[in-house]
Design a protein around this ligand. Structure first.
Ligand SMILES: [Ca+2]
Ligand SMILES: [Ca+2]
Length: 255
């Protein structure tokens, strides 16, 4: 391949425009392949029927996915995760929560969106700086950010409808006043519920890990599919790859 062809490609990678970049995409369409997801807290993962099934008979059901590190900073920069979740068992009448969180694995800094999925009243809310491992994210959260919006609704108010697909999105976006947090979920009635908050005090900016988990009761299992983590910040590894490619080619040409 000639330098004349490769150089523009490399430069292109270095200067990716501010359009969406996919950091991770997992679809679980190969039986037995968890697409990079790892179990936490003794949870069992099973990729079957085009979904990832998560079960835990004795504790909080939880799994994590590592993705290429991204650091936001400018106003308008965002990181977003969207996916489908099916709550596959458990009884009603319990205080259950469902959490989506984005972290920096090195510092354990992160944001946790918390949505009620049971029939017992519980506030939907955000946490920051909770725990990367262990049985519960929320109970160890150091800071509570009170959310506005649909703060008391339940995504799944009854135990029926165990095949219903809830689409959920967690978005972190830099604004002029801090990090805007938005957590949206489709409830059993087909209505998208949304809670919002802004972290205006020392927002976290780097993320490389996604966690999904239940909280509040054991034996609450769920399945996930079509998980996409995206950002409008160019992926550092891509830019680095481009520059290394250019340097390597120039060095080889001079030799
Ligand atoms: Ca699938
Ligand atoms: Ca903060």
């Amino acid at each position: 391949m000639s330098l004349r062809f490769l150089l523009p490609v490399s430069v292109c990678l270095l200067t990716l425009p501010a359009s969406a970049v996919t950091l991770a995409s997992t679809v679980f369409n190969t039986a037995g392949n968890t697409d990079g997801w790892a179990a936490v807290n003794g949870t069992t993962l099973n990729s079957t029927a085009g979904q990832l099934q998560l079960t835990n008979a004795t504790g909080v059901t939880r799994a994590t996915l590592a993705f290429g590190s991204v650091t936001v900073g400018a106003v308008g920069d965002y990181v977003e995760v969207s996916y489908n979740v099916i709550f596959t068992n458990s009884t009603s009448g319990v205080n259950r929560q469902f959490e989506t969180s984005l972290w920096d694995s090195a510092s354990s800094d992160g944001y946790v969106g918390n949505f009620r999925i049971g029939t017992v009243a519980a506030n939907n809310r955000f946490f920051e700086t909770a725990a990367l491992s262990g049985t519960s994210v929320a109970s160890t959260g150091a800071t509570l950010i009170t959310a506005s919006g649909d703060s008391t609704v339940s995504l799944r108010p009854t135990a029926t409808n165990n095949t219903y697909v809830h689409t959920i999105t967690l978005r972190l976006e830099v604004t002029g006043t801090g990090m805007a947090l938005t957590y949206s979920g489709l409830d059993n009635g087909g209505v998208t519920r949304t809670i919002m908050a802004t972290d205006s005090s020392t927002p976290y900016l780097s993320f490389d890990r996604l966690d999904l988990n239940t909280w509040g009761n054991n034996n609450v299992n769920f399945a996930i599919d079509n998980v996409v983590v995206s950002t409008n910040v160019p992926e550092p590894s891509l830019a680095l790859l481009g520059s290394l490619g250019v340097l390597g080619l120039l060095r080889r040409r001079r030799a």
